[in-house]
Unconditional design. Structure first.
Length: 479
């Protein structure tokens, strides 16, 4: 399909015209964001476009952009500000200001600042803010400014509100950054408070330390009490545990003993029952054996009776005569043996009798000899004089002294400690003691016999008085 060339050219031209018109209309249409406003002025008078768009006709209309964003700048007067007390201070603040969003305020702000630069606008606003700040500071004391900066900002914001409205602006915030003075008034103003605060801090620290010491002591005491209680509970628990263990051990031993006793009883009963059953079985076995033996005996008796009958007949037939002969022979031999034994017994009895008579005669002779010896000894004692008695006593002393000294024979060693004083010290002390013991022999004799030694010796003939005593005795005998 072929189009004429004229149509193609016309279509192309129409497309170009459309594109040109679209470009023109695009350049004529202006848009305003939410952070700005378009101030359109011209043939259709002044219009405010915010957050939208409009056509700007060339030649007959024009527009200007006005920012609605927040403006922040420093408010720091170069000259000192004087307080109500006459103290010169330097104040630095920060102000946040923006154009109001209503059309009237935007129109007013456009009238005031649309032909000015940002620096010129900020200078005008700063001058207004510094003037109002100077007036506010002059009405306040240093203490109020330092201690209540928010109050200062609120008063500046309230004071500037009318002037800012006249310019289509509003003060969002006004903040005091720094307050200084050349005379150290602010520094000295804080010293009493610092001293008071330091004093309060020291007091609080001391009280805290005191409370800490008290709490620590209470905690230590509580810990000691808790430790003591824990120790007591531990000892009590150990005691109770030991008691429980002892009771458990005792119960276990008792149960073991009871079980052992029951076991032994049952074992004894079982053993006894076994023995009884064994005895019963043995008795039954013995009874059966006795019965069998009895039957055997009965059979044996019958056999023996038959044998006896047979033997009797045999003895009667063959042995009776020979037995009679043997009986006579045996009786003869027995009589001879009896006679022999009687003779031997009579001989033995005679021998024993003769031996007894001889021994009795010997004893009699021995007694007579001893009696005669005693008589002779008595006669001899009668003939003793003082010399004989003294000799007997003296010859008997060694035996007595040996008996007295016999305990010393069992002593292995004697250690003598002597000071050398007197003749009775050292080894002489032992011999002296033995002499004193020997001197006590007459007293011992008198105690045992009941006779005094002097009287006994007085009855003994003196030496050389034999004849006189003999004559005296004969004379006494005659009388």
């Amino acid at each position: 399909m072929h189009f004429p060339i004229e149509y193609v050219v016309i279509a192309g031209l129409m497309v170009l015209v459309i594109l040109f018109l679209m470009s023109v209309f695009a350049n004529m249409y202006r848009k305003a964001g939410p952070h700005q406003a378009l101030v359109v002025y011209g043939m259709r008078k002044t219009r405010i476009i915010k957050g939208g768009g409009t056509f700007i006709w060339p030649v007959v209309e024009s527009y200007r952009e006005l920012s609605l964003q927040l403006m922040s700048f420093d408010v720091a007067p170069q000259q000192d500000l004087y307080t109500v007390q006459g103290v010169a201070v330097t104040v630095e603040a920060v102000a946040q200001i923006k154009v109001k969003s209503d059309p009237e305020s935007i129109t007013t702000a456009a009238e005031q600042f649309l032909t000015k630069s940002d620096s010129e606008r900020d200078g005008l606003i700063r001058l207004v803010m510094e003037g109002h700040l100077r007036g506010i500071i002059g009405q306040l004391s240093v203490e109020q400014i330092v201690k209540e900066p928010e109050m200062v900002g609120d008063r500046v914001r309230a004071t500037c509100a009318d002037d800012m409205n006249k310019m289509g602006l509003e003060v969002i915030s006004f903040t005091i950054k720094e307050i200084r003075d050349k005379n150290d008034y602010i520094t000295n103003m804080g010293r009493p408070d610092i001293a008071r605060i330091k004093r309060d801090a020291d007091i609080a620290a001391a009280e805290a330390e005191r409370d800490t010491v008290i709490k620590r002591a209470e905690a230590t005491r509580a810990a000691a009490v808790a430790t003591a209680q824990a120790d007591q509970e531990r000892v009590l628990a150990q005691t109770l545990s030991a008691a429980k263990q002892a009771e458990s051990t005792r119960d276990l031993e008792i149960k073991k003993a009871q079980y052992l006793e029951t076991t032994k009883k049952q074992q004894a009963q079982a053993d006894k029952a076994y023995d009884i059953q064994t005895n019963i079985m043995q008795q039954q076995v013995v009874a059966e054996a006795v019965k069998v033996r009895q039957v055997e005996k009965e059979h044996e008796v019958k056999v023996q009776e038959a044998e006896i009958l047979r033997r009797e007949k045999e003895l009667i037939a063959t042995v009776l005569k020979q037995a009679e002969v043997d009986r006579q022979r045996i009786e003869t031999l027995a009589a001879a043996e009896r006679a022999r034994r009687i003779a031997e017994a009579e001989g033995a009895a005679g021998a024993i009798r003769a031996q007894g008579e001889a021994e009795a005669e010997i004893i009699l002779k021995k007694g007579e000899a001893e009696a005669k010896a005693m008589n002779v000894k008595a006669e001899a004692y009668k003939e003793w004089n003082q010399a004989a008695v003294v000799d007997k006593l003296i010859t008997g002393l060694p035996e007595i002294m040996r008996a007295l000294a016999s305990p010393l024979a069992n002593v292995d060693k004697i250690t003598i400690v002597s000071t050398g004083n007197g003749a009775s010290s050292g080894m002489h002390k032992i011999t002296g003691d033995m002499t004193e013991m020997a001197a006590q022999i007459p007293a011992l004799f008198e105690t045992l016999s009941g006779m005094k030694m002097s009287e006994l010796l007085g009855k003994v003939r003196t030496i050389g008085s034999k004849d006189a005593d003999g004559q005296g005795e004969n004379k006494s005998a005659k009388e």
